[in-house]
Design a protein around this ligand. Structure first.
Ligand code: ZN
Length: 203
């Protein structure tokens, strides 16, 4: 399975990193080895001094598809989740400056947190879901899916032009503002509406 990630999908986070607003979604992949194993701590890798949390709403694909029209995209997922796209920001900034791919900064082991899943029927409107991340019991990131530049079904339409979606693939839909550096012993907890979907410790 693969993790398909969308960058720059919230205007406030684009401003925060002083990026340009894209005309197409920014897309990158993480391999399955990037998934942080359940109940394991996140270890800050030795090659970075500035790893950031990016809390993101996740979508789990449950049908194979290619060239999916956004009208039919809802048939390709039944569960919504929450995760973290850990990013070695110092390394990403160097790679970006050279026009190089981001994988070393985004796709290292443990860089993808995938929390528990909820049936999409638990939500009245998938384009109006509140989510948040608490670091050491303080809310550091807060978002609502209504603020996405590309909504879930539009993301599926777009990425399926390039990649066949397979059962079990996970889409990371981008992060709102509030990204910041993590330190050893930080506790990160993610919430979709009022439900806690993950709790991890940084080491
Ligand atoms: Zn991200």
């Amino acid at each position: 399975m693969k993790l398909i990630c969308i960058g720059r999908n919230y205007t406030d986070h684009i401003k925060e990193l002083e990026n340009e607003k894209p005309t197409d979604p920014v897309v990158f992949l993480k391999p399955d080895t990037a998934i942080l194993l359940k109940k394991q701590p996140f270890f800050i890798p030795e090659f970075s001094n500035d790893v950031h949390h990016e809390v993101e709403v996740l979508v789990k694909i449950n049908r194979v598809g290619k060239y999916i029209d956004k009208k039919f995209a809802h048939k390709y997922y039944k569960e919504i989740g929450l995760g973290i796209d850990f990013t070695a920001r110092d390394l990403q900034t160097q790679l970006k400056a050279k026009g190089l791919p981001w994988e070393k900064a985004k796709s290292f082991d443990g860089a993808a947190v995938i929390g528990s899943w909820l049936p999409k029927t638990a939500f009245q409107d998938l384009n109006n879901i509140n989510f948040s991340l608490k670091k050491n019991n303080q809310v550091v990131q807060q978002g609502n899916t209504s603020l996405m530049l590309w909504k879930i079904d539009e993301i599926i339409e777009y990425v399926s032009k390039y990649f066949t979606l397979k059962i079990g693939d996970v889409i990371f839909t981008g992060t709102p503002a509030g990204v910041s550096k993590v330190f050893a012993n930080d506790k990160l907890k993610g919430y979709l509406e009022d439900k806690e979907l993950f709790s991890i410790t940084v080491k």
